[in-house]
Ligand binder design. Structure first.
Ligand SMILES: Cc1cc2nc3c(=O)[nH]c(=O)nc-3n(C[C@H](O)[C@H](O)[C@H](O)COP(=O)(O)OP(=O)(O)OC[C@H]3O[C@@H](n4cnc5c(N)ncnc54)[C@H](O)[C@@H]3O)c2cc1C
Length: 490
């Protein structure tokens, strides 16, 4: 039996490997010139940059995944501690968010009275929520909306209030200081949203980062994950085709016979696994009315990234590996980011310096990845001001670190939301795919099996369970169950 995988993001690669281990003939077709999707790599003048993800949580999911396939994990990880540094405008020194409980308590001692016991109470609830939903909701396929509702009903009732309040409200209940609330609310940005829109159920992400398994870096850079998957796949005969975009489909009744690429090339298979965005693909390639652009535009999408890749001559000692730079009006910034056609006057951004622990910059240099969440292309379609915005970000970072950044650049590459959309087919440049509001998760998210075509399946950030590397990996195991169920009917 032959499977065609459309897209070589983590979801596509992980599903391909599982299929191959089960004896399927696997072929992968990819629009970009190299594999990885958002988990990609950029190299220039001796500097290497991770294009998207710079760390991940729930490392044990990767270990279990490879163990289940009887394969060694093809990359090495190291824990992050501190997890990240948070730079406020009004503070000279950053607040370091440690995984180590005592160091974390020390870091918050002048910020939040009685921090340790408040955090303990907050994380106790979040831990219960994580463990009460992990198998009941997250790691499950649903047969119908009713099946989903009954799964929700099986979650202990004490978590119910968190469905009806925001993460910010929850934090207000537990913490007094604005700074503690802001720091703990940053996890909402990992979902591509803000704490004022994110339901309080996602407080479980604070448990994940601070207690459960923390955050992890990949030795040698995040792209080692992709290289590891690709090597295993190639060793066993998988065929990769790059620079081919699937644009059309040949189907009859409830079966897809072949996909067609932009050059008219035909790609027949028995089963098709779509790693392209699960909502947008249904609209653009399968021409489903429910997913036409007007309908997609009414859905909630995660924020778009504006990213800079800076090769810097010199070492910036003020920076840690993972840094957040925050402005002085968090709520106004968060509210405007989803609705404004204007760029924020005072940007909030994240800076990753993987050369702090990896060999990905020339001797004595640093590689900086700057990520600033901006409105998606529905709100801001025009990016003629991109260079000026990049200058502003660089000037802000220069001011706040005291390092002469603008005069020390050996490499300066920028991706606007237009680039993210063009390179990886990210709808309207939305970085993390479909949003995770309660009406877009579980059985209410575009499903991982097609509604009409029995041999078409979906994997990746915009289908279940959602975005982020561990979730996409879990999603690849969920879609395998679907494929297995289908194959057993043949
Ligand atoms: C800037 C940024 C930072 C991030 N940081 C983190 C982080 O630190 N930690 C974390 O866990 N997650 C992070 N994420 C999220 C994470 O990158 C994604 O959730 C995950 O990589 C998505 O994987 P995916 O399987 O959906 O595939 P994608 O990465 O979306 O790959 C899909 C592939 O399909 C290809 N494709 C699309 N359409 C077609 C077509 N029609 N024909 C052929 N090929 C097609 C695309 O080119 C792409 O290569 C980040 C994302 C971004 C954008």
């Amino acid at each position: 039996m032959k499977a065609l995988i459309v897209g070589t993001g983590l979801g596509g690669l992980a599903t391909a490997l599982q299929l191959q281990r089960q004896g399927w003939d696997v072929e992968l077709v990819e629009k970009h010139h190299q594999p990885g999707g958002r988990l990609n790599r950029l190299e220039q003048d001796g500097f290497a940059f991770d294009v998207g993800p710079s760390f991940f949580s729930m490392r044990y999911e990767f270990e279990a995944f490879f163990k289940g396939l009887n394969l060694p994990v093809p990359f090495e990880v190291e824990p992050l501690d501190p997890l990240y540094a948070v730079f406020f405008e009004h503070r000279k020194e950053p607040v370091l968010v440690w995984r180590n409980a005592q160091q974390l308590a020390n870091a918050f001692s002048g910020i939040e009275p009685d921090f340790s016991s408040r955090l303990e109470a907050y994380l106790k609830e979040a831990a219960a929520l994580f463990h009460d939903t992990e198998h009941r909701i997250v790691k499950r396929n649903f047969t119908s909306a009713i099946d989903y509702l009954s799964a929700l009903a099986s979650v202990p009732k004490r978590h119910l209030p968190r469905l009806f309040e925001t993460l910010w409200h929850r934090l207000e209940r537990h913490f007094e200081s604005e700074e503690a609330r802001v720091i703990l609310s940053l996890v909402a940005f990992f979902l591509g949203s803000t704490p004022f829109r994110t339901p309080a159920v996602y407080s479980l992400l604070n448990y994940v980062e601070l207690r459960h398994d923390g955050y992890w870096n990949v030795r040698g850079g995040m792209y080692r994950i992709v290289e590891g998957f690709v090597q295993l796949l190639k060793q066993q005969g998988a065929r990769f085709h790059f620079n081919r975009e699937i644009t059309d489909a040949e189907h009859r009744n409830d079966r897809l016979f072949a996909l067609v690429d932009h050059q008219g090339g035909r790609w027949p298979a028995d089963v098709f696994v779509i790693n392209s965005d699960a909502a947008a693909f249904r609209g653009s390639v399968l021409k489903r009315h429910k997913f036409r652009p007007q309908a997609l535009d009414r859905m909630e999408w995660t924020m778009a990234p504006f990213t800079l890749y800076l090769g810097v001559k010199g070492k910036i000692n003020q920076l840690h590996q993972h840094n957040y730079f925050l402005g002085s009006d968090f709520r106004r910034y968060a509210e405007r980011i989803f609705s404004s056609s204007q760029l924020p006057s005072q940007p909030y951004y994240y800076v990753n310096v993987s050369s702090k622990s990896n060999d990905c910059a020339p001797e004595g240099c640093e590689n900086l990845f700057v990520l600033c969440p901006v409105p998606d292309l529905r709100f801001k379609p025009d990016w003629q001001d991109a260079e000026a915005f990049a200058d502003r970000l660089i000037a802000d970072l220069e001011r706040r670190t005291g390092f002469p950044l603008s005069t020390s650049l050996a490499v300066r590459v920028m991706y606007t939301p237009l680039d993210w959309e063009r390179q990886f087919n990210l709808y309207r440049g939305s970085g993390l795919g479909l949003g995770h509001s309660l009406k877009q998760v579980g059985a209410l998210r575009p499903g991982n099996r097609d509604e009409q075509l029995r041999n078409v399946f979906y994997v990746g950030a915009s289908t279940i369970p959602g975005t982020g590397l561990p979730m996409v990996l879990i999603g690849s195991q969920l879609v395998m169950k679907r494929i297995h169920d289908y194959a057993s009917t043949l």
